[in-house]
Design a protein around this ligand. Structure first.
Ligand code: PHB
Length: 393
């Protein structure tokens, strides 16, 4: 009798241990499909976002709610061809059986993949694409980057309050450019400013010479610029300098896409003094950002952390915190419900997910490009707290 009891207790203990092992083994990996431009003209977007995602996993471990994270990166270069992004997202869902779709460097990519997320009921985490309407294209989208109206309105207000009376707007001719042009006009004219002229330039390889001449002839107090971060901004700054617009006393104001840390050194000293508004700066002063910048420098000593890296880092943070709440369940409806209203301290400052729009609410800073310890930096000097996307109001 006694022996039987001992034996059965032992058997039970063994069975329990075996079950625990089976349960751990049974926990499916968490497959995250990243759709990003990794090559071509916007390769830096994929590089920065991937850096941010990986930094989060290095810091916090790559097992979330018992599930080991598996990243599957698909290069949707050039990043502006929606059909390419859509085909890759479909492959991720059907062949790779991913739990979550994430990444999305440019708006056309996010727009094209939204119906895939809806149909497959997969959470879709937008880590950069910033046209206001992106989150309206699927109920499964959550965004951890920004929106163009959100980062444009503050610099338009700043301009109106700081003696700039006439502005010529120059924007890239696609969703984010149209958004920034519309918001700039709205905010600036409501504050008493005048739009002296406006042009829309091609998204890729714009030749700025004719536009710059037109701006120079119009003699506005300032130019407002939005072009997607990267080569276009470098080319614009070069032309602005060479054609003597700065020398003619025309100021340059912009969204922080222009003076992003990934290209700031390539632009060089002509960027000094440019006033811009944005949600993330490498020079942002907070303990969270200090830790982030140090970890980034250690892992990627050849690069500087920029807003896209933080979009990726925060996107991964959101995934991890949501899964902790759902006990590892990444199914679309549960994921999105858990994501709504989530709040955390990002390297950029405090952020939250607006439960009504699934878009990010954050502080937008006004910055001036300044040399700090010999390095060009976006130095924050004013801010608008808890700022929601005005594009949806
Ligand atoms: C976009 O395509 O949504 C986009 C790309 C680059 C930026 C901002 C927005 O810097």
């Amino acid at each position: 009798m006694q022996l039987t009891k001992i034996l059965s207790a032992g058997a039970l203990a063994l069975a329990t241990a075996a079950f625990a092992i089976t349960a751990a083994q049974a926990a499916e990996p968490l497959k995250i499909g990243l759709v990003l431009p990794m090559t071509g003209p916007f390769a830096a977007y994929g590089k920065q976002i991937e850096h941010g995602v990986k930094l989060y996993l290095e810091k916090n471990g790559d097992t979330i709610a018992g599930r080991k994270v598996q990243l599957i990166v698909k290069d949707d270069a050039p990043g502006t061809a929606g059909d390419v992004s859509k085909r890759l997202a479909q492959e991720l869902v059907v062949k790779d059986n991913v739990d979550i779709l994430a990444g999305f460097g440019l708006t056309p990519s996010a727009f094209a993949v939204a119906p895939v997320a809806t149909e497959a009921k997969k959470p879709m985490i937008v880590m950069n694409a910033a046209t206001s309407a992106v989150t309206t294209k699927s109920n499964y989208i959550v965004r951890t980057s920004m929106t163009l109206p959100q980062i444009t309105a503050p610099v338009a207000s700043w301009a109106a309050k700081n003696g700039i009376k006439t502005v010529f707007t120059v924007v890239a001719d696609y969703g984010p450019g149209h958004d920034s042009e519309g918001q700039f006009k709205k905010t600036f004219t409501a504050a008493g400013g005048t739009i002296a002229g406006e042009v829309r330039v091609p998204v890729r390889n714009p030749d700025f010479a004719p536009y710059l001449q037109k701006v120079k002839d119009t003699k506005p107090d300032a130019v407002f610029l939005f072009v997607p971060a990267g080569e276009a901004g470098i080319a614009f700054m070069k032309g602005f300098q060479e054609r003597g617009l700065a020398a003619a006393g025309i100021k340059l104001i912009a969204t922080g896409d222009l003076t992003d840390e990934d290209v700031l050194d390539a632009i060089g000293d002509p960027s000094l003094g440019v006033i811009n508004s944005f949600h993330y700066a490498e020079a942002h002063k907070s303990p969270e950002n200090q830790t982030y910048v140090a970890a980034y420098a250690k892992a990627y000593p050849k690069d500087r952390p920029n807003f896209m890296s933080v979009g990726g880092y925060d996107g991964m943070h959101l995934i991890a915190e949501v899964l902790k709440k759902t006990g590892g369940d990444a199914s679309g409806d549960k994921f999105i419900e858990a994501a709504k209203g989530m709040k955390w301290m990002s390297p950029r400052g405090p952020v939250s997910i607006d439960p009504a729009t699934r878009d990010i609410v954050q502080t937008v800073y006004i910055r001036k490009v300044t040399k700090v310890g010999g390095k060009l930096q976006n130095v924050e000097f004013d801010q608008v707290n808890d700022f929601k996307d005005p594009g949806k109001q």
